[in-house]
Design a protein around this ligand. Sequence first.
Ligand code: DOR
Ligand code: ZN
Length: 357
Amino acid sequence: MTEAQTLTLIRPDDWHLHLRDGAALPHTVAWSAAQFARAIVMPNLMPPVVDTAQALAYRARILAARPAHSAFEPLMTLYLTDSTPPAEIARAKDSGAVHGVKLYPAGATTNSDSGVTALSRVYPVLEAMQRSGMPLLVHGEVTDTEVDVFDREAVFIERHLDPVRRAFPELKIVLEHITTADAAAWVRAQHGRDARGAPLQGATITAHHLLYSRNALFAGGLRPHYYCLPVLKRARHRAALLDAATSGDARFFLGTDSAPHARAAKESGCGCAGCLTAPHALELYAQAFAERDALPRLEGFASCFGADFYGLPRNAARVTLRREAQRVPDVLPYLGDDGIVPLAAGDSLPWRLLPVA
Ligand code: DOR
Ligand code: ZN
């Protein structure tokens, strides 16, 4: 039997994305608009997006940066802090533009210094979110430096996520960018559904965590462009993520966590965490699914389950991937002269996304 040369699917969305701000926006928005119809936009700007007014202003800047004729839709989020007022949740909900509230444990990652120092402090906000159906988007890593960096996700689940889930059984929660078998198993153990019948529990999975184990960080030398948080894990965890993503289980959906940092900020004595995957996102996911002979399952993961979780309509348009090798550029234009290095730079990808009309 000859293998299919094209794969057509409902136009996908990215349920976890960093677009940054200012002069970065024309670049980041164009990359994502070429791949996705919509994206959940992370709020970890400097300073962070902490209220609805700021989210609406940020949304307007993103819309203004769209390429001509693009209908790319940014779905905004708020950055949860110790002092977020519970009343902000109703404002966010009523705006129609804010679709989630992001929990960064203080100090967990890039621009997370204003994050939550103790979850108990935000219980009144979580209560308001549970009531209004506003999802909590979780960066699930403990910040305790005593805990081994490869164990921080599993420890977070046990110490913090389990108690939140028990205290708020009806809260919609997305465990973002999961990296371990422990996280996938925890998500699978959550069976709650909301009033629409959608799962109360979701999890995003990045392309890089599906494609690489932590060996990629040290292949022939230190590879800063493979460094992200949560950090890549050992091979058995990658296998568990591939199992989850290709299972057809609607609790697992696409979130690139594409997180641009200019080349000099990555290739440094203290390099920033984040992988740039947006420019080739679907091609990277297709490669991961092909590894499991699971391309027919890509559509659910990339184009259906996230929309269903968030209570948004699935996209009407379709996109096509063609089996045609393409080389990932070594560097792409970005803020400074050095540009930015995309994930898998210099590698050949077996699939190509055909331009969206
Ligand atoms: O690798 C990461 N980069 N992980 C995060 O959680 C944040 C992100 C960023 O904003 O650079
Ligand atoms: Zn992120």
